[in-house]
Each structure stands twice: as C-alpha cells, then as structure tokens.
Design a protein around this ligand. Structure first.
Ligand code: DGL
Length: 267
C-alpha cells in the first residue's frame, strides 16, 4: 500500500516513527514542507494554498491512504482535506480525543501551535466524547521554530527553556492529569519534558500523550480493512521543499531499525 504522509517539516517524522512498525512492508511517501515551516502562525488562506499544493502532489502520486501528520492542517481543514482527497484520510486529533475518553482523564492540557489552539479542535473533540473533561489549551509559538532550527534536539541548552517551564508549570499547577503534544514536532522534546515534569503539583503522575502513538494503535486495528490488495515495494521516499540538515539527520535516525530502502529528494 502507498501511504502519503505530510507535515511542515520534521514534525511528521515523530508520526512516521510510530507508523513504521505497523506498516513495515509498505511504501511511504513523506512530504516535509521545510520551505514553508513553521505553519503554526501563518494565515488560514496561506495555509490552505500550501495544503492544496501538497494534496495535488499526493493525488499525482496515486497514494492509497493519507496521513495528515500536522495538527495545524487538520485543525483548520480536516473536512476540506477529506473532500479534496479521494483516499481515506487519517489524522491525530480524533483518535487522541477517543483515548482521553477511554482513559477517563478529567483534567487535560493541550500544547499546540497558535492556529491549532485558536481552533479549539482538541477541546471540542474531547468534550464531544467526554463532556465532563476539563481541557486547558496553551499555544507554544516558540517551540516549532526552535525545534526546526536546533541541530541537537537532545541538548541541555534548550534556548526556549524559560518559555517551556512557564507553560508546563502552568499545567502542573493546574493539577493536570495528562498533557497532549498537540503538535507533531513536540514529541522531540519528550525526553526532556517527561523526565523533568513527571508529576503535577499534587504529586499525581502526569501522562504525556503522543497522538502519533494513539494513531498507530488505531491503524493497527484498521490495517486489515484499509490495506490495498495491490502489493507495493517496501520503501520510504522523503520529499522536502528546502534542504535541511536536521531533517536529513532525524530521518536517518527514525529509519535506522527499518530494513526498508529509502531516498530523499528536494523539490
Ligand atoms: N507539526 C505541525 C503541527 O502538528 C506544524 C507545526 C508548524 O509548522 O508550526 O501542528
């Protein structure tokens, strides 16, 4: 099966990482729009134009399913993306809302880009399924530009440390039970965040939720139903719109345990 997956840049790699074990013999086409990153504070009009370029690209590549690995795009345009594409579309928000319902969290914080937070997509989807869940949404506009330009995600010298602490402490002092990475770039900060802030102010453990893992569990269950009968050659094609050393490094790290062949092109 040919799986199209896209994001503004490296964020979707955190999603690809979770999907590779589910689809080890399939053909992924990953579109990282590094030239237009970050998406999170661009106008809705500009973002729709950008999205249509990507959707047209996938249409001409005859994919079987599409993964929107960008919360900002699905927050703003999920219905339009579904109408525009003639293949099944999967994204990160709805499966995460279902998880919150199943896990019965009562106080949940969502970190996301300005556009995602302003859309209230997580709050709306969660409260539709679990009306008694309190959802606090916090925009983190500095995080994606930091992640996209940092050469070493694991560095201890995180230049946005003060901003990060302020936002996480806000959640922790509110006694949040779970924090959702409402932007696919943020799981790259997880090592640091989860280690530093594993408990809230009443010493209750905080569950850091990576929507990519939730989507991967869903797709594992759906795999049989959605798989196309035509076998594809297992491979990963990375397409980026501007050269990025960080993308090259991270994409290699993500696929290091996979035997699938891969290549990277800049368009
Ligand atoms: N990683 C994307 C998201 O999940 C886009 C972030 C950005 O480019 O601002 O929202």
């Amino acid at each position: 099966m040919k799986i199209g997956i896209y994001d503004s840049g490296i964020g979707g790699l955190s999603v690809l990482k979770e999907l590779l074990p589910v689809f080890p013999t399939d053909h992924f086409i990953y579109y990282g729009d590094t030239r237009n990153a970050p998406y999170g504070s661009k106008s809705k009009e500009a973002l729709w134009k950008i999205n249509t370029v990507i959707l047209n690209f996938f249409e001409s590549n005859k994919i079987d399913i599409l993964i929107v690995a960008c919360n900002t795009s699905s927050a703003l345009f999920l219905d339009e993306i579904k109408k525009y594409s003639n293949v099944p579309v999967f994204e990160l928000i709805q499966p995460t809302a279902e998880k919150i319902k199943i896990d019965k969290f009562k106080k949940v914080t969502v970190f996301g880009t300005t556009r995602t937070i302003d859309s209230h997509c997580y709050k709306t989807s969660i409260q539709l399924l679990a009306p008694n869940t309190n959802v606090q949404e916090i925009a983190c506009p500095l995080w994606v530009p930091f992640i996209e330009t940092s050469s070493l995600i694991d560095t201890n010298e995180i230049s946005i440390y003060a901003d990060m602490s302020e936002k996480v402490l806000h959640a922790i002092n509110w006694e949040t039970e779970a924090i959702i990475y409402g932007c696919s770039h943020y799981p790259f900060l997880n090592r640091h965040l989860e280690k530093t802030w594993g408990h809230n102010s009443s010493n209750h453990p905080v569950k850091w939720i990576n929507p990519a893992q939730t989507l991967a569990s869903l797709l594992k269950k759906e795999k049989q139903r959605i798989s196309s009968p035509v076998d594809s050659v297992p491979k990963i094609e990375f397409i980026i719109t501007k050269s990025s050393t960080l993308f090259t490094t991270l994409s290699k790290q993500i696929i290091k345990n996979s035997t699938t062949t891969h290549n990277l092109n800049i368009i």
